[in-house]
Write a protein that binds this ligand. Structure first.
Ligand code: HCI
Length: 391
């Protein structure tokens, strides 16, 4: 039976992680997978996380099961963080990470409307299409990036005019992965109008809240949609905003037309949890709840997150400047304007391979670099290597 299985198409980012791990060269520079790194190249446990974990360790009396939806305190704290207020129209469950959340909201879509098409911008994060297709949903591409490294909103909206009522539109709340090109407030308003007019359901992926313009700013678009549309889906991750990657903290959320619908959708999401993995992981979720519900820990976390945001932005400016000098060229302004950990460098596949083979610099084959993987020491090295492979 199992011998008939074909090898799955690898995720390009995870394949790159494995390749880097197998590279014995000293001084490899990892600009691949999207994890935050500090100026020393470490992915630290955040201070508030360590403090919350110590409290949990000291106080926790049981590891007995919770409900299928996870801890209600976690759900409420995350709804506040995402939407700014509670609502009786919300159904939510805890999930294993942001990918688990995407899986569960898209499974909900597949159940409610198997004919739904899932509209995904080009480019987008590869797991969006992989999860949708894995659930048997049809994926449709729409335009996203313009030539200047911003969003081609007109082309995006024109493509979405081809969507059918009940289709789903995947949107990145902030820090677009892989491009760093985010929708403006006007863009979000235009998308909301189009969804309302054509009966489309947005699915907002919130993986980098606090990494772009700020904790509130990074969900302003989501809140605009939530304020005006009957149905909005959200997949949120605790991996980056709380640095809890391997603990798998996620939230699948559905804003519904009314409280009665929310009750049924909540039960459907809990049943999806039961069928996929039963009870969601709790430790990381409990850390998040402890931080969000304690004013001192929360202030500490916000301050550390602001520092992360500043470092990423400083790296953007420093890399853009180093590239201007090293290549004697212009055209790096978009790097500074874009937000979050990722930008796309305009490099042909053989140049990306040359960076890896000759300079031990790893970036994703589509040209995506993790800006947070740079340090003051490696920025000149990377800029010089890019100039060299471009020559
Ligand atoms: C990213 O690098 O885009 C985020 C990290 C990630 C990559 C692949 C699968 C899950 C998460």
């Amino acid at each position: 039976m199992l011998g008939a299985l074909a090898a799955p198409a690898p995720d390009p980012i995870i394949a790159l992680m494995q390749r880097l791990a197998a590279d014995p060269r000293d001084g490899r520079i990892d600009l691949g997978v999207g994890v935050y790194r500090d100026a020393a190249g470490r992915t630290p446990v955040m201070g508030a996380v360590a403090a919350a974990e110590a409290r949990i360790l000291a106080a926790q009396q049981t590891k007995g099961y919770l409900g299928l939806a996870g801890d209600p305190g976690f759900l409420a704290a995350m709804v506040d963080l995402l939407l700014g207020a509670s609502s009786d129209r919300v159904a939510a469950v805890a999930t294993p990470g942001g990918s688990g959340a995407l899986r569960q909201v898209l499974a909900l879509v597949a159940q409610a409307n198997p004919d739904a098409q899932v509209w995904i911008g080009v480019p987008s994060w590869p797991n969006h299409a992989a999860i949708a297709e894995g659930l048997g949903l049809a994926v449709r591409p729409h335009a996203y990036l313009d030539a200047g490294g911003g969003v081609d909103t007109a082309a995006m909206l024109a493509d979405l005019e081809g969507a059918r009522a009940g289709d789903v539109v995947v949107l990145h709340a902030s820090c677009h992965n892989p491009s760093g090109a985010d929708l403006t407030g006007d863009d979000w308003a235009a998308v909301a109008d189009l969804c309302a007019r054509r009966g489309l359901v947005p699915l907002v992926d919130v993986a980098y809240q606090g990494f772009g313009a700020g904790l509130e700013e990074d969900v302003a678009g989501l809140r605009h949609l939530a304020g005006g549309l009957p149905e909005v889906l959200v997949a949120a991750s605790g991996s980056k905003s709380f640095g809890l990657y391997r603990e798998r903290v996620g939230l699948a959320l559905a804003l519904c037309a009314g409280p009665a619908e929310a009750g049924r959708v909540g039960a459907a999401l809990a049943a999806l949890n039961r069928r996929n993995f039963a009870f969601p992981p709790d430790h990381g979720a409990r850390v998040v709840t402890t931080i969000l519900r304690d004013p001192v820990l929360c202030a500490d976390w916000r301050a550390e997150l602001a520092g992360i945001r500043r470092r990423v932005q400083a790296n953007r400016s420093a890399l853009a400047q180093a590239l201007r000098v090293a290549t004697q060229g212009a055209g790096f302004d978009a790097l500074e304007r874009q937000r979050g950990m990722f930008s796309l460098l305009d490099l042909a596949p053989d140049r990306i391979e040359a960076l890896r083979e000759r300079h031990a610099i790893y970036l994703v084959p589509d040209g995506r670099i993790n800006i947070a993987g740079l340090t003051p020491a490696t920025i000149p090295t990377v800029a010089t290597a890019i100039a060299t492979v471009l020559r």
